[in-house]
Design a protein around this ligand. Structure first.
Ligand code: NDP
Ligand code: HSE
Length: 434
């Protein structure tokens, strides 16, 4: 049987998970693929770092170039992370015609076109299944399973750390900082975890999905990105009362004209009755609406050593089959097929809104606020104000009808300046997912 030799750079959470999974199921993979897959070298930064799974010292090196330059290595797996040295490593491997497998969403999102061009130049491939939604085969599904579809909407819970934090805050009332420390301990969070919390990891993943689905590379600067720092337990409670759950949602939606899409990431109120509202903990989910297939849903672990290893090894299998068959026999990892692709600026997007204000409980306050919304042509659909004592500061919750984001932004800026407003207004958008 033919053998494909792997080199890997990075033997941390995901890297050691990949090594372990191949030890566990390598024979099964060989039986399924008709190709043996074996590790030849693994580069790490320091031999003695603690790793979730042991990697034999004999396989390890601290010189990544030794891996890239080894002519016996056919496929390089990059599991270092970041957009600096990892880019250099991948370009060096592609320049030698090696196929590369990566889980590095930051790098693919920011340098995708450069990396795909480098791969194409050498007749190699760059696979990146593990970069989005951990163990869920969403990249392969968009690329191959849904090849006959145009996508009107994709909604994704794509960051395991944020979903883990929001879920535990909601269900157990645990404080943000405590849950974050726990997510870090479990190996879910990025280094630094701000990448997760501030929405950038979800931005990278949503951008990759949008690019793949719509056939033009979405520049991450064009993705409206808001993280979960402003989500508090009180918002979760009010959202629940109104029939909603707050999730950090990646949104990719066709808007008119037909070639234009919304691509964004922000904490979003979604109906409790929708299946995405029940996606809890580190789990991710992706709701894909295709014009031929209709609605589909993908669900699975979005982070962690084992789930991510499963995705990395599925790419390794594709790379091994490419080698076995002496060519590429499947839909390429990225095809720029759109003639005119365009991301619509957030200001032009129409949304519904949840707004929480901290107001002085005094007659006439609501009238002042609703006058500003009314002047901006933004309709109020419901109001909740818990009873307080006159003159005290109380929360005022408003649900608002469809309006452009620019109008909402300007109205909120005016409201924030009213003397009766006691802290910065909190605003989240609402998606009905219809
Ligand atoms: P870790 O920090 O656990 O591992 C990084 C690895 O890279 C370590 O083994 C480190 O060596 C090695 N490394 C760093 N610099 C060098 C270098 N110059 N030369 C050789 N080796 C080097 O990260 P993760 O495993 O969590 O993440 C890896 C990638 O996977 C990232 O792109 C991440 O975004 C992505 N990812 C992570 C997921 C997760 O759940 N953790 C899920 C999906 C994707 P040493 O061990 O000696 O320090
Ligand atoms: N930090 C990422 C997350 C890892 O929490 O989703 C998986 O990509």
């Amino acid at each position: 049987m033919q053998q494909v030799n792997l080199g890997m750079i990075g033997g941390g959470t995901v890297g050691s998970g990949v090594f372990h999974a191949l030890q566990q199921n390598g024979d099964l993979m060989a039986a399924r693929l008709g190709v043996k897959i074996a590790f030849r070298k693994i580069a790490v930064k320091a031999f003695d770092e603690p790793r979730p799974y042991l990697i034999p010292r004999a396989l390890m090196t601290t010189d990544w170039q030794e891996v890239v330059n080894d002519p016996q290595i056919h496929v390089l797996i990059e599991l270092v992370g970041g957009t600096g040295i990892a880019r250099v490593m991948i370009l060096a491997a592609l320049a030698q015609g090696k196929t590369v497998v990566t889980a590095n969403k930051a790098l693919v999102s920011m340098h995708g076109p450069e990396l795909f061009a480098a791969a194409a130049k050498q007749g190699a491939n760059l696979y990146y299944e593990a970069s989005v939604c951990g163990g869920i085969p969403i990249i392969k599904s968009l690329r191959e399973g849904f090849v006959a579809n145009q996508f009107s909407a994709i909604y994704g819970i794509v960051n395991g750390t944020c979903n883990y934090i929001l879920t535990r805050m909601k269900l157990e009332g645990v404080d943000f900082a405590v849950v974050l420390a726990d997510a870090q301990k479990q190996g879910y969070a990025e280094t630094p975890p701000d990448l997760d919390i501030d929405g950038f990891d979800a931005q990278h993943k949503t951008g990759i999905l949008a690019s793949l689905a719509h056939g033009f590379w979405v520049d991450h600067h064009n993705i409206q990105t808001e993280g979960i720092r402003d989500v508090s337990k009180i918002d979760m409670q009010f959202a629940e009362k109104l029939g909603y759950t707050i999730k950090l949602l990646g949104i990719i939606k066709r808007v008119s004209p037909k070639s234009a899409i919304q691509v964004s990431v922000y904490p979003t109120l979604i109906p409790n009755a929708h299946v995405l509202a029940s996606v809890n903990g580190v789990f991710n989910a992706c709701f894909v609406r295709g014009d031929v297939v209709g609605d589909t849903l993908f669900y699975g672990r979005g982070a962690g050593k084992d789930a991510t290893a499963s995705a990395v090894l599925s790419d390794v299998a594709d790379a091994a089959l490419d080698l076995k068959n002496g060519g590429k026999v499947r839909v390429p990892p990225f095809v720029a097929h759109a003639k005119r692709g365009q991301v619509v600026p957030m200001d032009e997007i129409i949304s519904r809104y949840y707004v929480r204000l901290s107001v002085v409980d005094r007659p006439g306050v609501l009238a002042k606020i609703s006058a500003i919304f009314s002047a901006a042509k933004i309709g109020i659909s419901s109001v909740i104000q818990p009873e307080g004592h006159e003159g005290e500061s109380v929360p005022l919750i408003l649900m608002l009808h469809d309006a452009p984001n620019a109008a909402m932004r300007k109205a909120l800026a005016k409201i924030a300046k009213l003397p009766v407003i006691k802290s910065k207004p909190v605003m989240f958008r609402v998606e009905t997912l219809d």
